[in-house]
Design a protein around this ligand. Structure first.
Ligand code: B12
Length: 244
């Protein structure tokens, strides 16, 4: 395949939400010395824009959008180290997980990308993370910040439960705690005993830097564009999903 054909195929397969194919093509592109920024700006981002357009005119529905977002995320795991802002390395450690009982991870993963782009080392505990697992990770990695994500009103109380467990284990004073997720707000975060709440990935990266006393803007450029594109597309999904 020529480089043009790889880009075209990445574009088509992202629209179709074919995650395996998109990841394989990204790998092929890298082996063929294709510029990662070209893969992002000439294939992945235009594909997501097209998916958003099709959703708006009623050709695509939420499941199609989710599959495209997933396909893009797969490509990003390969491109991320090449796109991440250079220079600022390991500002601090950030342990991140979706709370116990909750398997939503798209929002958390976007935050991780932005945090890494901002210079944090992110230790991702995945989904359905028990307080015990968070505690073990704090003891092992000694992070500066612990982030918890929740997307269900029924799992939001796990913020407080987990923070109480940190207190019991004598760890609360050693870390800052950030919380987020679609149903969360600043008031709820405060009641749960967190240090900060953020509504999106960019502000999460900015706030995390602020919490550890680092200065500077949140990441910009190719990586931030990619995260914003997924965020934008997913936020279009919201009203439609609520109708179901
Ligand atoms: C995708 C999705 C799923 C997928 C999840 C796939 C995955 N790998 O994540 C699947 C199909 C598995 C799923 C399952 C369920 N889901 Co669901 N899901 C959604 C959906 C459509 C999108 C969520 C999403 O990823 N949004 C995209 C991201 C980018 O959202 P975002 O909020 O902008 O993210 C930003 C911030 O939240 C913030 N952030 C996020 N995490 C963190 C962490 C920190 C520390 C910080 C600072 C910031 C931060 O930064 C993010 C990036 O910018 C929502 C509807 C919606 N539109 O919200 C329902 C939704 C969340 N789900 C819902 C429900 C009910 C369920 C189920 C119970 C359905 C069922 N009956 O089985 C199960 C629960 C499974 C479980 N135990 O967790 C409800 C929740 C209702 C409620 N009030 O609790 C919603 C709102 C749908 C609805 N309208 O009813 N779901």
């Amino acid at each position: 395949m020529t480089n043009e054909e790889i880009l075209k195929s990445m574009y088509d397969n992202t629209i179709l939400g074919k995650a395996v194919e998109v990841k394989t093509l990204t790998q092929e592109g890298l082996e063929a010395q294709l510029d990662p920024t070209d893969m992002l700006y000439k294939a992945l981002l235009p594909a997501l824009q097209e998916v958003g357009r099709r959703f708006e005119i009623g050709d695509f529905f939420v499941p199609e959008m989710l599959m495209s977002a997933k396909a893009m995320q797969g490509a990003l795991t390969l491109l991320r180290p090449l796109l991440a802002a250079k220079g600022e390395k390991t500002l601090g450690k950030f342990v991140m997980g979706t709370v116990k009982g909750d398997v939503h991870d798209i929002g958390k993963n976007l935050c991780n990308i932005m945090l890494e782009g901002a210079g944090f080392e992110v230790i991702d505990l995945g989904v359905n993370t028990s307080p015990e697992k968070f505690i073990a990770a704090i003891q092992q990695h000694h992070p500066d910040i612990v982030g918890m994500s929740a997307f269900l009103t029924t799992t939001m109380p796990m913020f407080k439960v987990t923070i109480e467990a940190f207190k019991k284990a004598g760890l609360r004073d050693q870390i800052k705690v950030m919380v987020g997720g679609a149903p969360v707000n600043a008031h709820y975060a405060e009641l749960a005993g967190a240090d900060a709440y953020c509504p999106d990935a960019s502000s999460t990266a900015r706030k995390a830097k602020e919490l550890i006393g680092a200065t500077g803007a949140s990441p910009s450029g190719a990586l931030a564009d990619a995260v914003n594109a997924v965020e934008q597309m997913m936020s279009v999904a919201e009203p439609e999903e609520k109708k179901q």
